[in-house]
Ligand binder design. Structure first.
Ligand SMILES: O=c1ccn([C@@H]2O[C@H](COP(=O)(O)OP(=O)(O)O[C@H]3O[C@@H](CO)[C@H](O)[C@H]3O)[C@@H](O)[C@H]2O)c(=O)[nH]1
Ligand SMILES: [Mn+2]
Length: 363
């Protein structure tokens, strides 16, 4: 039975999706995204100096939070939200009232496809999130639910319904998201390869999640999208999205959810300083040789049936399994627990996804 694409016109989800942007810069990049973003509500997480005035271009519906707002809202648990690191963006995930999140960095521009057309990255993320994933059996013709593709011969019919998609991981043209050592040895390398594919990351396989062009379903995986303790006062940075990706993938595998990577592309315009990055990353480069085996071997109990239950169980395992690597992981485990407390405080079970009528500006 052929699988017709799930919809001819991609729904905009304008009332069901928030765009979260962490920033220490300005938001001029929104002008080029205006045709694609203007119908959505933005959540701007202003990092660094809270007295700095961040201008949101006219015509955008937004709420903006700075460090003082985060501290006012979260109280003594605000310490679980990183300061002076893009990891602060996860506050936007928790404060949102919508079903879907798209997060993008402020140096990510609209990319063009090989036909020279502007890419509507959000539309592709929505396609990815609204169609199933295939984590349990690899389809060699990539995404079987996309126009012009299907399941190939030998693909079990019993698995063709697929799994609900929790995460849509987009990629980048131009400045690649390389770690500092790679960036240092290949300073001029640019990603010019447009690969027209969306893949499901198989169950049992981890991946390095990049936060610059990322969509996800808050209802399915939101409480696991904690970007950890990074930046000011922390021994590590630029492992925010990685940490979240490893936690999310283990939980997605446990709950039977899917993670996709590939299209859409954005144009990553700025290379961050590799020497500054090396200082942030170096412990992570060393520690991850222990962190990855930890996540590869972690087993969540059958009693953990919700994302919060999985995440709290995982936090206990992080403390027991990684605490001896460095006291940082003991702090991180506590941060994970504080994060869930914040999430549940901001997202009481009964809360609907009703779009809120907050005026623009400071919440
Ligand atoms: O202290 C900070 C630094 C940055 N931001 C905002 O976060 C994003 C990403 O910043 P930037 O583009 O400078 O960093 P990259 O190295 O290109 O980012 C990659 O590493 C990940 C960070 O761990 C990031 O998700 C990847 O894209 C911008 O919007 C900055 O304004 C911040 O809020 N606080
Ligand atoms: Mn960047």
């Amino acid at each position: 039975m052929a699988h017709a694409p799930l919809y001819s016109k991609v729904p905009t989800l304008a009332d069901e999706l928030d765009i979260v942007i962490p920033t220490i810069r300005n938001l001029d990049f929104l002008e080029m995204w205006r045709p694609f973003f203007e119908k959505y509500h933005l959540i701007v997480v202003q990092d660094g100096d809270h007295t700095r005035k961040v201008q949101v271009p006219a015509g955008f519906d937004y709420e903006l939070y700075n460090r003082k707002d985060i501290e006012r809202i979260l109280g003594d648990k605000a310490s679980c939200i990183s300061f002076k690191d893009s990891a602060c963006r996860c506050f936007g995930y928790a404060i949102s009232k919508k079903k879907y999140i798209f997060t993008i960095d402020d140096d990510c521009f609209v990319a063009k496809n090989p036909q020279g057309e502007d890419i509507d990255a959000l539309e592709q993320h929505i396609k990815n999130l609204l169609s199933p994933s295939t984590p349990h059996f690899f389809n060699t013709l990539y995404d079987p639910y996309t126009e012009g593709a299907d399941f190939v011969r030998g693909y079990p019919f019993s698995l063709r319904e697929g799994a609900p998609t929790a995460i849509s991981h987009g990629l980048w043209l131009n400045i690649p998201d390389y770690d500092a050592p790679t960036q240092m040895v290949k300073p001029r390398e640019r990603n010019v390869r447009y690969v027209n594919a969306v893949l499901t990351i198989p169950k049992g396989t981890l991946f390095p999640m990049c936060g610059m062009n990322l969509g996800f379903n808050r209802d399915l995986i939101g409480p696991a999208m904690y970007f950890g303790l990074m930046g000011d006062g922390q021994p590590i940075g630029r492992y925010d999205d990685m940490w979240a990706g490893w936690c999310c993938k283990v939980i997605c595998d446990h709950l039977g959810l899917g993670v996709k990577t590939g299209l859409p592309y954005i144009w990553h315009s700025k290379a961050s300083n590799p020497f500054v990055n090396l200082k942030k990353e170096y412990k992570g480069i060393f520690w991850q040789e222990d962190i990855i085996p930890f996540f590869q071997n972690v087993k969540l109990s059958q009693e953990s049936k919700t994302v919060q239950e999985c995440y709290l169980e995982l936090s206990d395992k992080v403390r027991a399994g990684l605490g001896k690597l460095d006291p940082y992981f003991d702090k991180l485990a506590t941060g994970m627990q504080d994060w869930i407390a914040c999430w549940d405080m901001l997202n009481p079970p009964a809360k609907s996804h009703a779009a809120h009528g907050l005026p623009n500006g400071k919440a």
